[in-house]
Write a protein that binds this ligand. Structure first.
Ligand code: BMA
Length: 845
């Protein structure tokens, strides 16, 4: 067995700017000047330690991240005394470092034992013969990466003036740390993962087991190909046994076992055995079935002794992207799991913290819970962040959330013609393909974010380095997938179109529909948009009020303050006046620069929710001509004043959360204009038909339903069904009314929706005076006139059944309510009065 001494805990940390703070070599000595050191947590990150020691202020607040920048320009030296037990000297020994960020030199007792320069790949450094029994001085010198690229080329690859300095395209760490539209620049440095001393006198070491579960197309036969990567530690081959057992987790049925006699050769090699299981229980995405998981236990024995045992979890499902031609042109791009078309609903996932070491399992659990509350079934892990952690994938496996994982390359050219770079990313990709192979939730690997689009539209095919990385996405990565995990889907980029068509083609492949959301903020245009698989696209809105208040110091809590800008999305600075600020002017006739922060959260949040709802509604009603509604973006990496998200950094709900949750409900109604008709669609992702009653027509904002019909309807399973229609010509006063539909079944509301035509500021609003009553845990809201966007909470902490919802004239709306008092309405959107109906109470919160 491999022995392991975990080296996590409190280390000491010193730094140098190569001027007055000493030299790294002095840290390696037996005796050091303790006054030069601060405490450091391992695993951890330097900003966190420096913050704790008072060298910087909380980098998540105000402008503090700017004044913490000196950290990225220093070299940091972690030091600890390593007490080595005598038995660690009897065989082979390694220092195993899961995540060194970034350029590392490891020194033991004054002797350099290894170097490392890729934070995405663990460093396993052989230290056999380099240790002594008892006291050893272990030092890990690290720099953020900036020194390492100082004499590398920036210009021919780079993307903006700041890239000339940071040259992130050379650095294998999350790219968003160098600043992104939604992320501050906060270049991490530190021992960000576990570090341990490992040793053994065994003849072999089991490095990793890579199980690949596949399922026959008739869904009746499961196979697990078990690849064990074993390092032979002797000079001659050794006879060993590789054995594996498979058993259902919990109540899941079925078991299989197998073993194989192997000759372990010196060095690291793969050895295989295969298990088969008849009629395995299937793994399904959420809402489509259960998430049956099997536990695989793999054991390596030699000379009658067990050398290692590992466990993994696998699931049996088929995955295919149907790209067959469609009669109306183009081709489908739709995910099929277990031979069933799955409409993919979700958001883009970015690193859950700008400081990587702060992301723990609890944070992942919170985010996956929120994804499920949002009615998602897929998260796209965007290519400028992280190869997500095992804990994240385990949760997605257990909860039925599908994952689209990108290799970490985004919005830049990368130096793929440099041999050193090529070799490191080859090692990195191989490592992660193997690491993630076991997860049934992983349905797609994608080469990068938007680099193919860069070739076509952003001059990546000219000026400076011409397509320096093409072979990475079109040659290296697909070849590695084929070699390491051949059953997985791979595409070179997102967005991407097959057959050398433009990646921005709307009717093939996946899309990033950004025609809206930047300069054009008229989100009604989503209604006309055709995309086969919209993989990102969205609008900006506020974080929750509580998070904004925490992030911006008092006196800075208004749009345009310097702290606001630091926490705002950078597209705000692209034009003057800013296109995002203009949203409220164009839609509401209101200027956010004059708004108090509570008003600002309410109004911009109301618009954000409307925009994302339009995005989701449009693509869902086209199910499966469009086979996804994946918006940009789900979560934040730090507290923002304005961002794209429905869940903010503190895991609070932003105002857009509930509108998106409703729009992605398993059963929903969409009211659309198609040609010269108003058409009501019923979207049903369940496998059973839904029989119900549809009330549809037109209601007046002032009250009453000028068109009011009720019919029985059937929503077909796993489809969008056209349920009812009427000529648009009958809708005579679009300024003073909305088309609407309400679906109920057995007297219970199932879903409802409405369609408006003019900008909100051009509509003729009536005042609303809703009543609220509470009885037996149910709050009932009622209004004689239409009431738009009732807000019950702006802080985003409350677990509410609904928020930012409407009252249709004369139609009661009920939600479960846990409070002892009836809910208080904090805001209503009706633009009848000059001022919003935000209560003084709300403004005080
Ligand atoms: C897309 C993303 C990100 C970016 C987002 C919003 O291009 O892939 O690069 O943050 O747009 O601007």
């Amino acid at each position: 067995m491999l022995a392991r001494l975990d080296l996590g805990g409190t280390w000491r940390l010193a730094f140098t700017d190569w001027q007055r703070f000493g030299r790294p070599a002095s840290v390696e000595k037996e005796e050091v000047d303790e006054a030069r050191f601060i405490d450091a947590q391992v695993p951890g990150e330097v900003h966190l330690d420096a913050w704790k020691a008072g060298l910087i202020q909380d980098p998540y607040v105000g402008l503090n991240s700017l004044s913490a920048r000196w950290i990225e320009e220093c070299e940091w030296s972690y030091r600890r005394i390593l007490e080595v037990p005598a038995e660690a000297l009897t065989g082979r020994a390694w220092l195993n470092c899961e995540c060194l960020d970034l350029n590392a030199r490891i020194v033991i007792n004054g002797v350099e034992v290894g170097k490392h320069a890729n934070s995405f790949v663990p460093a396993r450094i052989e230290v056999t013969g380099k240790l002594k029994a008892g006291r050893n001085v272990l030092v890990v010198h690290l720099e953020s990466g900036l020194y390492g690229v100082s004499d590398k080329a920036g210009d021919p690859y780079g993307h903006g003036p700041d890239a000339k300095l940071h040259k992130r395209h050379w650095l294998r760490k999350p790219q968003c740390q160098f600043g992104w539209d939604w992320s501050p620049r906060l270049v991490n440095v530190g021992i960000q993962g576990p570090i341990a001393l490992e040793w053994t006198t065994d003849a072999a070491r089991l490095e990793r087991v890579v199980p690949m579960a596949t399922l026959s197309s008739d869904l009746h036969s499961g196979t697990v190909r078990v690849r064990a990567f074993i390092q032979g530690l002797t000079d001659a081959p050794v006879t060993a046994t590789l054995a594996a057992t498979l058993g259902g987790v919990g109540t899941v049925r079925g078991a299989a076992t197998g073993s194989s006699a192997i000759e372990v050769k010196p060095g690291l090699h793969a050895y295989e055995l295969t298990l088969t299981l008849a009629n395995p229980e299937l793994w399904w995405p959420i809402n489509h079935g259960a998430q049956a998981l099997y536990q695989l236990t793999t054991t390596l024995t030699a000379g009658g002794a067990a050398l290692a045992t590992t466990t993994s979890r696998v699931g049996f499902r088929t995955v295919r992207f149907d790209q067959s031609p469609l009669p109306q042109g183009g081709s489908r791009f739709a995910l099929e799991v277990n031979n069933r078309l799955i409409f993919c609903k979700g958001g883009n996932f970015v690193p859950a913290d700008i400081i990587r070491a702060s992301i723990d399992e609890a944070r992942y659990r919170g985010l996956v819970d929120r994804a499920i509350e949002s009615n998602f079934n897929l998260l796209r892990v965007w290519g400028g962040g992280l190869y997500e952690a095992d804990a994240f994938f385990r949760l997605c496996d257990e909860r039925g959330i599908l994952v689209w994982q990108e290799f970490i390359f985004a919005c830049s050219r990368y130096p793929g013609t440099d041999e050193g770079f090529w070799n490191t990313i080859k090692e990195e990709a191989t490592y992660h393909i193997r690491r993630l192979a076991e997860h049934p939730s992983l349905v797609a690997w994608c080469g990068n974010n938007e680099i193919e689009q860069g070739y076509w539209e952003w001059n990546y095919d000219k000026n400076g380095a011409v397509l320096p990385d093409h072979a990475i996405y079109h040659h290296l990565l697909p070849r590695l997938i084929n070699q390491e995990d051949p059953a997985k889907y791979y595409q070179p980029s997102s967005p991407y179109s097959p057959n050398h068509q433009s990646p921005t083609a709307h009717d093939v492949g996946d899309q990033h529909p950004w025609a809206l959301g930047f300069f054009d903020i008229d989100f009604r245009k989503y209604r006309e948009m055709i995309c086969r698989f919209p993989n990102e696209g969205g609008f900006l809105g506020p974080n929750s009020l509580a998070t904004i208040k925490e992030a911006l110091p008092e006196g800075q809590r208004h749009a345009g303050s310097i702290s606001w800008q630091a926490h705002d999305n950078s597209i705000d600075s692209w034009t003057a006046p800013s296109c995002t600020d203009n949203m409220t002017l164009q839609w509401l006739g209101k200027d956010i620069r004059t708004m108090e922060i509570t008003e600002l959260v309410y109004w911009t949040g109301l618009l954000h929710g409307e925009a994302l709802r339009e995005y989701c509604d449009n693509f869902r009603r086209r199910m499966f001509d469009s086979a996804a509604a994946i918006f940009w973006m789900f979560n934040d990496c730090w507290p923002c004043s304005r961002s794209w998200t429905t869940i903010d950094y503190r895991l609070r709900y932003t105002p857009a959360f509930h509108p998106v949750r409703r729009a992605l409900a398993p059963v929903n109604i969409v009211v659309s204009q198609v040609g010269d008709e108003v058409v009501v669609f019923g979207v049903n992702e369940r496998m059973e038909s839904i029989h119900g009653e549809l009330r549809y027509g037109v209601f007046a904002l002032a009250g009453g339903w000028p068109i009011d019909k009720t019919i029985p309807v059937v929503l077909k399973p796993n489809a969008s069904t056209r349920l009812a229609s009427f000529p648009t010509a009958q809708w005579t006063d679009p300024k003073g009314s909305m088309a609407a539909a309400i679906l109920s079944a057995n007297g219970q509301l199932v879903a409802r929706n409405r369609l408006f035509l003019p900008f909100f500021k051009d509509m003729t609003w009536s005042a609303a005076a809703p009543t609220v009553s509470l009885e037996k845990g149910i709050a009932t809201f009622h209004s004689a006139t239409f009431a738009w966007g009732l807000a019950l909470d702006l802080d985003g902490d409350a677990q509410l059944a609904d928020n930012f919802f409407d009252l249709y004239p004369g139609v009661a709306y009920r939600i479960p309510w846990a409070g002892a008092q009836a809910p208080r309405i904090l805001g209503i959107g009706n633009l009848d009065a000059a001022a919003p109906r935000l209560t003084a109470d709300a403004a005080k919160r």
